[in-house]
Ligand binder design. Structure first.
Ligand code: NAP
Length: 282
């Protein structure tokens, strides 16, 4: 690993969360700063539950250049910033804090990160797509909101806990509704936003859909990125669907943050390489 030289002029950005030592964000952002030769450095701060407001106060006092926010602070930070983006307001969750004229602005870049990964991989946006999203947690809500705002014709939400599916579907606006497994067959885009398939959990090795419902007319995305090739993506490849792994969303949500802080277009290729290397060693 090459360490950046930190001077008195270096701008500091960081992620706050708990636990945070496993975060890939330092590797991704520091690779971006290095690729553009920016005098910035990115750290990780373990901030315990209930301490988000204190961390924001520290951002003001220490003049931190930007903050990424992860569990368990996304809702608390949304409540504590001076302003919120539309996505952050609608979701009530912030994953990035930037400055605007001395005020702290909360953003949620997860949904736009997912759509950007779709565009990067297949040159296709949400426009005109019939979508199924599996899950109704934080990641699912961000994707559901972005697909609805991005011009999808339909966003169908399927979740183990039906009440959560109804609340999440509302985030897509008038094109959102709760559905069931039969909706998967005809969808243009199927997104797994559950934790099924994730390594080191009880869902490891589990495919969240019946593979016989998948076909060549579909893009099948998995937000899970550990492992990168999940049971769902293996089923998608076998069915002739176009697979989309979770690393694209991970990198593009970070790229959007990078641009908000630095004003520069993010070096996505360098950040992707860093994410892949960090995943390989995790
Ligand atoms: P979360 O808020 O805890 O939501 C988890 C979702 O998975 C809920 O809808 C939950 O259903 C469902 N679920 C969990 N276990 C299940 C099971 N055994 N059977 C069926 N459904 C189950 O988590 P999250 O933050 O949204 O993250 C979800 C996944 O997305 C994780 O794997 C995470 O790593 C990934 N992710 C990826 C990115 C990226 O950049 N690629 C970003 C964020 C998250 P209930 O509502 O019924 O509990």
């Amino acid at each position: 690993m090459t360490l950046a030289v930190v001077s008195g002029a270096t701008r500091i950005a960081a992620v706050i969360g708990s636990p945070v030592s496993h975060s890939l964000s330092p590797a991704i952002h520091n690779a971006g700063f290095q690729a553009l030769g920016l005098d910035w450095a990115y750290a990780a701060f373990d901030v315990g539950p209930g301490q988000a407001a204190g961390a924001l106060e520290a951002m003001r006092v220490l003049h931190l250049g930007g903050l990424s926010v992860t569990m368990p602070h996304k809702a608390d930070v949304a409540a504590a910033v001076d302003q919120r983006s539309i996505a952050a307001s609608v979701l009530g969750a912030v994953n990035c804090v930037s400055w605007d004229k001395g005020q702290l602005v909360g953003h949620n870049t997860d949904g736009e990160g997912f759509v950007a990964s779709l565009v990067e991989a297949y040159g296709e946006s949400a426009v005109g797509k019939s979508c199924v999203v599996l899950g109704a947690g934080g990641a699912a809500k961000a994707v559901i909101q972005a697909l609805g705002a991005g011009g999808a014709t339909e966003v169908v939400v399927i979740n183990r806990t039906p009440a959560k599916a109804a609340a999440a579907a509302e985030l897509a606006g008038s094109c959102g509704r709760v559905g069931d497994a039969d909706d998967i067959n005809n969808a243009d885009l199927v997104v797994n936003a559950t934790s099924l398939g994730m390594a080191s959990t009880s869902g490891a090795g589990i495919c969240p859909v019946d593979p016989s419902r998948l076909g060549p007319h579909q893009i099948v995305a998995d937000l899970v990125y550990h492992p990168l090739s999940t049971p769902l993506l293996e089923a998608a490849r076998a069915a002739g669907s176009a697979p989309l792994d979770g690393i694209g969303m991970l990198v593009h949500q970070a790229a959007a943050q990078f641009s908000l802080w630095t004003g520069h277009e993010a070096p996505v290729a360098a950040m992707t390489n860093a994410a892949r290397a960090a995943l390989g060693s995790s």
